[in-house]
Every structure is written in structure tokens, then in C-alpha cells.
Design a protein around this ligand. Structure first.
Ligand code: 1HA
Length: 270
């Protein structure tokens, strides 16, 4: 695939090709750990994908074969968060988590090597995960003095069950690709050399499907776990669809034409 760069960044690579966007965390010297700037760039790239009508599927990955992402860069961890050039401690990866979860397009994690700590949570929140046979998964928080008691814990329990999720967080072990597949943490395991080819195949199959159907399904899967915030997103999608109908347009047109709306011609289906 002839990926084409969308925009130049320092910590990530952002490319597109025929309906697919590929966002690569590009800090292989630290196993693709993220610092605040990395997260800011990821947020911007995801937001560009959200607005770009050509993009139907987003692939999130890490540079090189050794890691998807190893979580927060512990070298810049200060008091109260990870510190960027502005000196402010931040946990801005939580904003990135929300965008991955709520962007109305499927996001596929393409995982080679380690998906660890906050990097594990990123793959967890992607709609689908395709793993190379060298992938390794795990949380480290209680070992390195951190924890993600948000989606990192609670959504993990929805995905792999409570017993397994508590094991993953309490013991901080690592799990290989086959174990991850067995517990429903990833969708498919392939040899490392076929990772991108397989992921693209999945992306292309998704791209053949109805965007609005996919959008509502993603919103519904989220709404089931996310309470009123999930319903807000699902309801927003319903409003978007209603604005596209003649019935919705009649209300707006009547207002602008300073007349009473005539909804009589619209069906009241069973
Ligand atoms: O929990 C949160 C949050 C919770 C709430 C809200 C926000 C949160 C934001 C972030 C996080 C976290 O992510 S906490 C968890 C942080 N991450 C870790 O604990 C993983 C640390 N890394 C490792 O366990 C291992 O490096 C590894 C299993 C990923 C790879 O092991 P390997 O292949 O043996 O390589 P290693 O030699 O350990 O690492 C290669 C280089 O990368 C080392 O640097 P070098 O000695 O060559 O100078 C290593 O220090 C560096 N490196 C790896 N991971 C990180 C890192 N440097 C900084 N931060 C890292 N996360």
C-alpha cells in the first residue's frame, strides 16, 4: 500500500490511502511511549480523521516491530502528570481515549510487540485489534506507581471478564498473542510479516460497508457501557440522520419561511 503522508509531526506519522488512515506512534527508542506532545499530535490526527469524509477506517499502530506503545513516558513523569515543554503536568491521554472511543468510524489497533500500561489501554479502546505473533499485552500500573481505574480497568472487565481483568491489573503479568486471543482481547493473530496486510484486509472489508450503519453500531456498543454520555453520542447520530430527512427539513424550512410546519405528509410507521 502506497501510504501518503497527510501532515508532518515529530512524534507520530500520519498517513492515508484509499479510505484508510494510519496513525503511527513514532518513538521506537522508548518502545513508543507517549509524552504530552505525542498525545497532542495523536489527538489532532484523530480529529482530522473525524472531519475527513474520505477516511472510513483508522489504523493505530507503533513504529517498528518491538512495540505498539509502552504507555506514558516515565522519564517525563512529574508531580501530577507527564510534563511537556510548557512545564504543565498532564494526563492528556485520557482525552485521546475519549476520541478513540467516540470517533464515529472504526479504529483498528495493529499491534506488534508490546502493548503495555497506558499503551495497552489504547489498544483496548480501539474497536478491533489485530496482533502479530510477537505481541505482548499487559498492565504495569501497580508495579510502576500508576493505575487507570477508568476505562482501563472497567472496560477491560467488560471485554475479558472480571476475574481476568483483576488478574491483569493485580499481578501485572504479560500475556502473549495467543493468550490475548483466547481471552477475547484481540480479534486475530497473524505472523509478524503479515500484520499490515491482514489489518488492511480487515479495513477494506469494513470500507465496503454502510458508514451510517457502522456509525450507529459503534455508538450503540458504547452506549451500552457509557451511560448518559454514551446515549448522548448515539442520540447525536440520530439527530444527524433526522436532519437528512424531508421531515426534519420541513421544520427548518417552515421556520425560515415564517409559516406553520406541515408534518401531515410524513408517515407514522408502526
Ligand atoms: O497508567 C497511566 C495512566 C493512568 C491514568 C491516566 C493517565 C495515564 C497515563 C499513562 C499511564 C501509564 O502508561 S503507566 C505505565 C507506564 N509504562 C510502563 O510501565 C512500561 C514500562 N516499560 C516496560 O515495561 C518495558 O520497557 C517493555 C515491556 C515495554 C519493553 O521491555 P524491553 O523490550 O525489555 O525493553 P527495555 O529495555 O525495557 O526498554 C527499551 C528502552 O525503552 C529503555 O530505554 P534505554 O535503557 O534503552 O535508554 C527503556 O527505559 C525505554 N522505555 C520503555 N518503556 C518506557 C521507556 N521509557 C520511558 N517510558 C516508558 N514507558
Amino acid at each position: 500500500v502506497a501510504w501518503q503522508q497527510v501532515k508532518e509531526y515529530t512524534d507520530i506519522i500520519f498517513e492515508k490511502y484509499e479510505g484508510m488512515a494510519k496513525i503511527t506512534i513514532n518513538r521506537p527508542e522508548v518502545r513508543n511511549a507517549f509524552r504530552p506532545q505525542t498525545v497532542d499530535e495523536l489527538i489532532e490526527a484523530f480529529n482530522l480523521c473525524r472531519d475527513d469524509q474520505e477516511v472510513g477506517v483508522i489504523i493505530l499502530t507503533g513504529q517498528g516491530e518491538l512495540a505498539f506503545c509502552s504507555g506514558g513516558d516515565q522519564r517525563v513523569r512529574g508531580e501530577g502528570g507527564y510534563v511537556g515543554t510548557d512545564g504543565v503536568p498532564r494526563l492528556n491521554v485520557l482525552e485521546l481515549q475519549k476520541i478513540i472511543k467516540y470517533i464515529p468510524k472504526p479504529v483498528i489497533a495493529m499491534v506488534a510487540g508490546y502493548a503495555i500500561g497506558g499503551g495497552h489501554v489504547l489498544h483496548l479502546l480501539c474497536d478491533l485489534s489485530i496482533a502479530a505473533d510477537n505481541a505482548r499485552f499487559g498492565q504495569t500500573g501497580p508495579r510502576v506507581g500508576s493505575f487507570d481505574a477508568g476505562w482501563g480497568a472497567t472496560y477491560l472487565a467488560r471485554v475479558v471478564g472480571h476475574k481476568k481483568a483483576r488478574e491483569i491489573w493485580y499481578l501485572c503479568r504479560q500475556y502473549d498473542a495467543q493468550e490475548a486471543l483466547d481471552m477475547g482481547l484481540v480479534n486475530k493473530v497473524v505472523p509478524l510479516a503479515q500484520l499490515e496486510e491482514e489489518t488492511i484486509q480487515w479495513a477494506q472489508e469494513i470500507l465496503e460497508k454502510s458508514p451510517i450503519a457502522l456509525r450507529f453500531l459503534k455508538a450503540a456498543f458504547n452506549a451500552d457501557t457509557d451511560g448518559l454520555a454514551g446515549i448522548q453520542a448515539l442520540a447525536g447520530d440520530a439527530t444527524m440522520l433526522y436532519y437528512m430527512t424531508e421531515e426534519g427539513k420541513e421544520g427548518k424550512n417552515a421556520f425560515l419561511e415564517k409559516r406553520k410546519p406541515d408534518f401531515s405528509k410524513f408517515p407514522r410507521l408502526p
